[in-house]
Design a protein around this ligand. Sequence first.
Ligand code: DLL
Length: 434
Amino acid sequence: MPYWNPEIETMDQKGLRQIQNEKLVKIVKYVYDCSPFYKKRFDEFGVKPEDIKSIDDIGKLPFTFKKDLRDTYPTGMFCVPDKEIVRFHASSGTTGKPTVVGYTQNDLDAWAESLARGMTSINLGTDDKIQVSYGYGLFTGGLGIHYGSEKIGAATLPISSGNTERQITLMKDLDVTAICCTPSYFSYLIEAADHMGCSIKDQTKLRVGVFGAEPWSESLRKRIEERSGIKAYDVFGTSELSGPLFTECTEQKGMHIWADLFLFEILDPETNEPVKDGEVGEMVVTTLAKEALPLIRYRVGDLASVETAVCPCGRTHPRLMRLKGRSDDMIIVRGLNVFPGQVEYVLVKFPEVSSHFMIVIDRVGELDSMTVQVELIDMASDKLDDYYKLKSKIEHELQSILNLHAEVEFVSRGTIPRSEGKAKRVTDNRKYQD
Ligand code: DLL
């Protein structure tokens, strides 16, 4: 059973807890001293760094939220001066305001270390050729996996997402052994390869897939494994925590959360009290080693469960089980984060349509599709041509905000259900959970 960092990965849980105690005390003092944001938040909450003596005191600390990152855009929560930042990533942002994440060199090293441990745990190493088909750029998927892959000495193919034919040609011609992308994109690649007359199962050397950035189910895993003949592993992370971070091991019994780097709490969203081991609750994460943008009790917005029993692979760190959904209104389409607010932001620019809309997400073949149903209210012209022009103008605006194509479908006034409470803006017809 290969380990990247055996000492830490198999350390007894008492030892790990000791590391967490020490690192929590240190990081709390660090953020209080280095970030006016955190000082103010702690002061308002009536807590001082000295009050935190071990991880048992974590409940004394205030939460942080995605909204805090937006409110302090771009770097108001950072704890280091600009000259120590060596990389930025950023999310697409709801109304044009993205959330920005910064990294020191140590942050990048810890990120790559986290992935190196995970990739080693699924038997990837110097003999492998890894096709990185997550998007490169501001999205963390591509570059994150890239550095993990190079760290373990694998030959890395930084192809990014898209250009499907080339993906398959290079996979075949270079004898690629592993691919990293969203599960929906890989499902599409299987289909596309079939159309090209190339069976991934019989005509390539692919044996491993590292799939994440969006929800997926055990049944999709089964289907992918059967159709492509590979082993499919889950990987989780979010841009605020760095990017992709935690993978399953060959046991496929949950993703190993590196406890020397991150402290996970799973809380009942109503009471904010910890749920029992293995029960589903809201994921709240404290970064124990990040320098540029440490997060204290950050409410990630995902619903999940964690199991703490030692994994049969020998790793002692807690395991994050398959995600159960989100507690906020973010949806993930083709691996990209979409907020209904982004759609609203575009639609209000067009006086011809009402502010009532419905986002409909479907699976067409293996790929997500997104349609926005929009009510026409003020269309002076009755020429079909003008309808098409308006449709394509809205689609163009949506594309530039969302980074993905959404089909606009006009419906007549009054068709979209009105709500007295929280508006339901999304109909998600995909089936993820088994
Ligand atoms: O999606 C980072 C990433 C890249 C993870 C590549 C894995 C692979 P964000 O764009 O900030 O970061 O989106 C984070 O995506 O809060 C979850 O809701 C969702 N998500 C990520 N991985 C999984 C997964 C990247 N394995 C948000 N299962 C998270 C279910 C996932 N949901």
